[in-house]
Design a protein around this ligand. Structure first.
Ligand SMILES: [Zn+2]
Ligand SMILES: [Zn+2]
Length: 358
């Protein structure tokens, strides 16, 4: 590297300096561990580095912290060395980690010295737990809350297990994947039918629409999603793929007849689909059958048959990708092909009138 070359790429130069800062941090940390500062008559390593290297004590302490933390952060160290992240970002990460460890040590020490006080403090903190789910003006929901350590760790562990990237076409951010993981978890809990009954029925989401709405006719009002705002026709069609349906007849806004609730997919057909597909059929997807729902290639609302030839299992994420995301499923012999939106040549339409539970 030419030290006086004014034409050098500043980005590459900064990356090289930052990588050297990482090396410097490792070197001074190693010197501290050997006790080099003691040999030279200094009690503190930071002040010795400050004098020896002509930098402030604060900067020297920062390098010692980074040097120590990077010993157990090999991926961060490698990213700093390759110029993937800068020194300042690395330093922030290392200091946060140090603070976290310090807090952890404080809590350990507190428990050792005063277990009753530790318990009382934890119970006081427990009183602060709360969770609010509020409907916003645009139909989205806002979540605000504080979770206790156990609940928070359990939620994060469960969401992390479901929030992986689902293939090369998956361009979702981490926070979007965490949101979708929560949706998948909640729907799985309801689909399994193991939640306690409320007012004699299993918890479910109610959608109300008309016969025309279900057919997707032009000019009809959107379907109503209980506890939320109206939903799009594509979302309605997705929910219709695997729902329990009740026909409600009205006359002058008066209910005159309520039909028997029937499931779009009978229990034997669901079992047959699970045996055949064993899980989501989207290529590369790892979701098992119990985490997948039946999807109609040709929607039953527009005459598509509810049978094995017209159905396949899709997980929560890929089912949405097919309906709202515009992907198309094509059956070729025993296999299914998935076409991304830009290759789909025809769109769907739809079919009867009613109220159903997904
Ligand atoms: Zn579907
Ligand atoms: Zn899938």
């Amino acid at each position: 590297m030419q030290s006086c070359d004014p034409d050098i790429d500043p980005k590459r130069l900064r990356a090289a300096i930052d990588a050297l800062e990482g090396v410097f941090s490792a070197v001074v940390k190693r010197a501290q561990e050997r006790g080099d500062h003691l040999v030279n008559g200094n009690i503190g390593a930071a002040s010795w580095i400050s004098r020896t290297c002509g930098m402030s004590v604060t900067s020297a302490a920062d390098r010692l912290c980074v040097g120590e933390q990077l010993q157990s952060l090999p991926r961060i160290a490698a990213a700093l060395g390759s110029g993937e992240i800068g020194y300042q970002s690395t330093s922030v990460l290392c200091h946060l980690r140090e603070v976290f460890h310090l807090r952890m040590l404080c809590r350990v020490a507190r428990h050792v010295a005063d277990p009753d006080g530790f318990f009382n403090e934890a119970e006081e903190n427990y009183l602060r737990r709360r969770l609010h789910v509020s409907l916003m003006a645009d139909g989205m929901h806002a979540i605000d809350g504080i979770l206790d350590p156990e609940c928070g760790a359990a939620l994060k562990t469960a969401l992390d297990a479901l929030a992986n990237r689902r293939g090369p076409e998956d361009g979702r951010s981490h926070s979007q994947r965490m949101h979708d993981a929560l949706g998948e978890l909640v729907h799985h809990a309801m689909d399994e039918g193991r939640l306690p009954r409320r007012n004699g029925v299993r918890p479910h989401v109610n959608v109300t629409t008309t016969l025309e709405g279900l057919k997707g006719e032009v000019g009809v009002p959107p379907a109503d999603l209980e506890l939320s705002l109206p939903i799009s026709t594509r979302t309605l069609e997705r929910i219709a793929c695997d729902a329990t349906i009740s026909r409600v007849l009205l006359a002058d806004s008066m209910v005159i007849d309520v039909g028997r609730a029937t499931r779009v997919n009978s229990a034997p057909r669901r079992r047959a689909l699970r045996v055949r597909d064993r899980g989501c059929r989207f290529p590369g997807c790892d979701r098992a059958a119990s985490w997948s729902t039946p999807h109609h290639i040709v929607a039953w609302t527009r005459g598509g048959p509810t049978n094995l030839a017209n159905e396949l299992l899709l997980c929560y994420y890929h089912h949405r990708l097919v309906h709202e995301g515009g992907w198309q499923v094509i059956k070729t012999g025993r296999e299914f092909r998935f076409l991304p939106p830009e290759r789909v040549v025809m769109r769907r339409a739809r079919g009867p009138g009613v109220r159903w539970a997904a």
